[in-house]
Design a protein around this ligand. Sequence first.
Ligand SMILES: Cc1cc2nc3c(=O)[nH]c(=O)nc-3n(C[C@H](O)[C@H](O)[C@H](O)COP(=O)(O)OP(=O)(O)OC[C@H]3O[C@@H](n4cnc5c(N)ncnc54)[C@H](O)[C@@H]3O)c2cc1C
Length: 427
Amino acid sequence: MDTALSDSSRVVVLGHQHADKAFVVRDFLERNVVPYAWHDMNRSEPAREMAQRLGMSGDAAVTVVLPDCRVLHDPSLIDLALALDLTRPAKSDTYDLVIVGGGPAGLACGVYAGCEGMKVVMIEDDAPGGQAGSTSRIENYLGFPSGIGGAELARAALTQAKGFGVEWLSARVANRLGTDGDWRTVGLADGSVIRGRAVLIATGMQWRRHPAPGVDRFINAGVYYGSCLSEAATVAGEDVYMVGAGNSAGQAALAFARYARSVTMLVRTAELDTMSHYLIERLKACPNISVRTRTEVVESLGDTSLTGLVLRDGVTGSTETVPAAALYLLIGATPCTEWCGDLIGRDDHGFVLTGTEVVRDDRPLAVPWSAARDPLLMETNVPGVFAAGDVRSGSVKRVGSAIGQGAVALQAINEYLGSMVTASAKS
Ligand SMILES: Cc1cc2nc3c(=O)[nH]c(=O)nc-3n(C[C@H](O)[C@H](O)[C@H](O)COP(=O)(O)OP(=O)(O)OC[C@H]3O[C@@H](n4cnc5c(N)ncnc54)[C@H](O)[C@@H]3O)c2cc1C
């Protein structure tokens, strides 16, 4: 092997800079905190030669060389995870608690459950930390006044969970949820099934990404997906832009306008046709809110943080550069709930219903609540299946909130498991 490029202490990745597959592999290594050296084959002749010697075919987008010299061409994430010992088949097929999703909500529940001595397995289809793990810096998480890297927070939380005996399976996709008597079952993409006395759905959601160049470079440095109304005061005296035409964008604009110098809503369509009438009236009445229809962001500008935006008029095609301190993107999110099939009741946007929401008369569910008792806090329409974090209907989409919900869900899970023990003792 080429000694200039090989590395016995690090993974070596050879690939094409712009190949999606190469990006996915590097992103996976980064978020799993695996040290690696990257060589772009478009730029490096030694990298091209090495790839040839390793038998990388012309079609392959990426080749990974492990420190022990094993070579993987275009590996799937599960193959990569297995090769790096980041995942392994579940040690058992029954657990007290199966947590699906290794973001802040799942990790928090795992830490507290492990701490109480429960037998817990966590199933994560990617890397620890979820959305938070992919964020370069979280500025508003309690106790970290200078912010904390998302991957760093995720790694610390995972270490903590593992320290309490939680079994961690990464790069494993849950694709079915079911029941088998008192057991709750989670099917994995490899065909295996894990049974738990209780299951926590903590699979979060995915924000629709804004495609304009530069936008993702300033995430959490002026560009924010979603908005938390309690953060409105952070934009005091600033010029704020908001992309989105739904009610959440309207509500956010009103909240931010109380502090910002100006709030400009950017809407691609000719009218705010998806927003409630009362919100449109309130926006009109607010002197420092303006709505620019048929306008879109085509570029974000700045050095280390956002300072400006390039806007395009959808009618004339002309562009304009405006100073901007913050850009909030409220362009829709999709909860990761497909794997639950029809079993779990959801709201109109696909977020999981829990607690009293599952027994509301106006909610016809495919599987109605069947137990004699009321659903517990964060319990879904299936007794023993709980949900926490962004995937839950009505939840605040923030790290702190997801962690809090993960911790609170455990109390309800304990109550449920306690009631099952009592019931079986009586029978
Ligand atoms: C770019 C960005 C920046 C953000 N910045 C901040 C910030 O600064 N401050 C803040 O408070 N919040 C921030 N947030 C929001 C915050 O990250 C989320 O609210 C939080 O991560 C939600 O945690 P969660 O555990 O509920 O879900 P997620 O973080 O979404 O985690 C869910 C996990 O489940 C996994 N999963 C999904 N489906 C499956 C399946 N079928 N099988 C197995 N695993 C599955 C996902 O891969 C993911 O890892 C940000 C979000 C984004 C996207």
